[in-house]
Design a protein around this ligand. Structure first.
Ligand SMILES: Cc1cc2nc3c(=O)[nH]c(=O)nc-3n(C[C@H](O)[C@H](O)[C@H](O)COP(=O)(O)OP(=O)(O)OC[C@H]3O[C@@H](n4cnc5c(N)ncnc54)[C@H](O)[C@@H]3O)c2cc1C
Length: 409
């Protein structure tokens, strides 16, 4: 390593990977490898669905974000040989060597083996998933004849969201507002139907009580049909079956979106690293993989110890870890001692339909239009690079734009 610059390779370009690459840029020969060519600010995927923000705001191309200090390789990593310190990328013959490796592969939708879910449910983690869902909603509306009876229009515009965690709640309220707006614009009779199914006893499990009350009110206001203590047991091409108190109900639906869980990225399963029982990579408080000093892991794929449980699997955590990890990579390269850090909760900010939001910060819950603005301001500050923040901040002017009606591009 003495005669040449150390090679730091970051795998994954999400909250963990991209922010780490930006932190270590210039300290070594840095390469970032990602299966996609753009970052995704997932907390605002709901606003992208509704057209309140554009793809360039929340999913900028890496070439907009990285300068010449970070080499970007677009491709899916297929294998990592930790002994040879080499990475294989699908479709590329040449392997990529590293001295220090940072793993930030994130997770994938967990369908929990529910019959038909993998085949028929729509995941909601990426820009293309939001595009698919928007198209599905528009197609369903387009199939409704203008003179359809209210019950027929409602049946044709029935959508379900599985899981009433933050994601399911944000998504279902947004979908309900968008569909209702489309009914009005198209002069359709009746109302659309949006159902959210949650197997726990309450919506937003684990969240503050005051925040839950705001969420319940927003679901009611958006006329989302909430089924708690209910399990989805089967999906088919035209609907799903749910079970409550041992009784099963069949529902015809134009689309079922799955937000009920995340599991570890399949590549992580194949990596020869120490894992916990959920399959997450066990890391030291320095974020080094156990037993591998030159390998770091963070974000959704890492089993962080000693954190507030609600921080697990969040962008907030990956974002904070990237700053520690960047410092530790620099320290490792300089032969200095590595540091640890206490990660803190940075607050909650939920989008609740196209006009409402709720923000929990410093123990205080704020809702309504003010919270919507606060959420935009907060998230503008969390976007990668100051140049991008500036561009987006100027364009949003802290409030985004009006939703784009379904059917308009
Ligand atoms: C819809 C939605 C809303 C969310 N809202 C919030 C929120 O409001 N607040 C919050 O704190 N968290 C939120 N989260 C969670 C948050 O997005 C994740 O916790 C965070 O993205 C984790 O960061 P990560 O770097 O571990 O993974 P990711 O950000 O998922 O990044 C993984 C990266 O790895 C790449 N990759 C995957 N496989 C390969 C491969 N084989 N080869 C190369 N690259 C690969 C991917 O392309 C991606 O770039 C939300 C998530 C979703 C889906």
């Amino acid at each position: 390593m003495a005669d040449r610059q150390a090679r730091v390779v970051v795998v994954g370009g999400g909250f963990g990977g991209l922010f780490t690459a930006l932190e270590v840029a210039g300290a070594a020969e840095v390469t970032m490898i990602s299966a996609e060519d753009h970052f995704t600010f997932a907390p605002m995927l709901y606003e992208y669905l509704s057209g309140e923000v554009e793809a360039w705001h929340i999913a900028p191309h890496y070439r907009e974000l990285l300068d010449e200090r970070v080499r970007f390789l677009h491709g899916a990593v297929s294998e990592i040989d930790f002994d040879a310190r080499e990475i294989s990328i699908a479709g590329r013959v040449r392997r990529v060597g590293y001295d220090v490796l940072v793993l930030a592969l994130g997770g994938v939708t967990n369908f929990w083996g529910v019959e038909g879910a993998e085949q028929f449910a729509l995941p909601f983690r990426k820009v293309r998933h939001a595009d698919d869902l928007r198209r599905r909603m528009t197609d369903a509306l387009d199939r409704i004849p203008p003179d359809a009876a209210p019950q027929d229009a409602r049946s044709a515009a029935t959508f379900a969201v599985v899981g009433a965690g933050a994601s399911g709640v944000e998504l279902s309220t947004k979908m309900a507002d968008l569909l209702r707006d489309a009914f009005q614009r198209r002069g359709l009779h009746g109302e659309p139907r949006v159902i959210v199914v949650e197997q726990g006893q309450q919506v937003v499990p684990g969240m503050d009580e005051e925040m839950r009350a705001v969420v319940e009110n927003a679901l009611h206001h958006a006329r989302v049909e909430v089924h708690t203590a209910t399990r989805v047991v089967r999906l088919t091409s035209d609907g799903f079956v749910f079970e409550h108190n041992g009784e099963q109900t069949d529902v015809r639906a134009a689309g079922v979106v799955w937000t009920a869980g995340v599991r570890v990225n399949p590549l992580v399963e194949r990596l020869a690293l120490e894992k916990d029982k959920r399959g997450l990579v066990v890391v030291e408080p320095t974020l080094q993989a156990q037993g591998r000093a030159g390998v770091f892991a963070l974000g959704d794929m890492a089993a962080a110890t000693d954190i507030v449980p609600t921080l697990a699997g969040t962008a907030q955590l990956a974002f904070q870890q990237s700053s520690l990890l960047g410092k530790n990579v620099r320290a490792l390269l300089a032969g200095e001692p590595l540091k640890t850090k206490k990660f803190v909760e940075l607050g909650e900010a939920l989008s609740l339909g196209t006009e409402d939001a709720a923000v929990l910060a410093g123990g205080q819950v704020v809702s309504g239009a003010l919270a919507r603005q606060a959420r935009y301001a907060l998230y503008t500050g969390r976007l990668p690079t100051w140049q991008h923040r500036l561009k987006v901040g100027a364009s949003w002017f802290f409030g985004g734009k009006a939703p784009r009606p379904l059917g308009l591009q």
